[in-house]
Design a protein around this ligand. Sequence first.
Ligand code: ZN
Length: 538
Amino acid sequence: MKLLRTIAASLFLISTSANAQTTPAPKLIVMVSIDQLSADLFAEYRGHFTQGFSRLLSGAVFPSGYQSHAATETCPGHATILSGARPSRSGVIANEWIDFSIPRDRKEMNCAEDPTKLSATPGRYFASDRNLVVPTLGEWMKAKDPGSRVVAVSGKDRSSIMMGGHKVDELWWFQGDRFVSYEGRSTPAIVNRVNASVAERIGEAQGPMDLPAFCQTRQRAIPLSTTKKVGDGQFSRAAGDAGAFRSSPEYDEAILALGAAFATEMKLGQGNSTDLLIIGASGSDYIGHTLGTRGSEMCIQLFALDQYLGHLFAVLDSTGVDYVVALTADHGGLDLPERSSQQGSAGGERVDPALVANTMGKDIAQKLGIAGPVLHGGSFGDVYVDPRLNEAQRHAVKTEAVARYRAHRQVHTVFTREEILATPSPTSPPDSWTLLDRLRASYYPGRSGDFIVVLEPRVTPIADATRGSVATHGSIWEYDRRVPVLFWRKNMAPFEQPLSIETVDIAPTLAAIAGVPIPVAIDGKCLDLDAGPGNSCK
Ligand code: ZN
């Protein structure tokens, strides 16, 4: 907490006096995405928050927001939030997909890369916004008023890029041990200052963080091997361990500190135009993947995040700017099956590695007498039949593969490209969607697979928990689709709407409040945030 306080304290000294004047449109839109925050987790903690989350809970609360599509991953999730477009429109179908046209051996395309360019950093791809094929709120704002400024900061490149869109004034993410931007951009002094603070922090060993009283009930070790356990940690780490820093509450503290620093340094919202500040708090996702969602670690993280959000809002308050905040998540998440099975939920298990497409493909190639790889993909989701096969081979491989996947006891269903594309884009509330509806919202021809494998609920697609990640998200099921959506502005009348909405509704809702026309067709609908007979959409 020290980092944000130090930066916030220095900024208070240069803040302007409160501006009592109110205008119809807010001067600053603040979009916060929490990477991996399921509606279930939010419901568990919401009554215990006292700081930033608690302020947002005094606004418009939609506890059943939906990342409505099937592939509930970070890149497609972030792409929905400020574009109003589902993956079937944004083109961002996954964190990574296979593109056989890439002129290199490795055909996996990262959602945030431009494969036609080479990065100056060894081992890195060239970061780019090119795979997002729709404009975002920041671009809509600049189309109306070129004076509007767009700033995006987050832990991951794809979070900043997919929310920031194609016309950003500042766009930063954390890489290795510091915040970086697109190659060729210069580093403002404020980023150097925050990076220096972060380097100092990483260089210090950290003792265990305080365990809030509520978290004591969550603290219990779950052994995963003779040397690995999760569930009772408190984030102590060695000096210089940037990896552990990234999987701790310190990470979000640094990200929010950089957001607050940009807000004051650039005087966001203090000019004639409405500005947009985008923050992707990535810490919960790293903690969820490495430690799960129901131990002391996530508990400490969420209480810490509540504090950091409170500090961010205090910094914004100190500027006197009339700002509106929206907060959501890019996807939910599922706890590790080893803990779930101890706690009243039998049946969760880890995926059978035989389902990985390459492994499945080897058996099929042998049976059909075909040389070389025939299937590409992971153990679920998009699976691609190798395009270098001839038409008869492709047909035989696809038929055999779909039958084999469908027969596996961990597979719920398989749908083919043809079945998905024959389904119209869904228009009903997202909690009523069929599996085909969800897959249709995720499907983008030219990028999506030849067929899609849907695992049974509660199958965790990580085969081995003894090293690396222990828990994840990405499924078609409710625990991964359902996320909170919160809006807050000073003096707004609070309400809670339990009926389902979509995260694609956020951008048109914010655009309406700011009086910004939407220049393209989108999937989302404006949500009326006026609790009474007034209508913020008109
Ligand atoms: Zn994510």
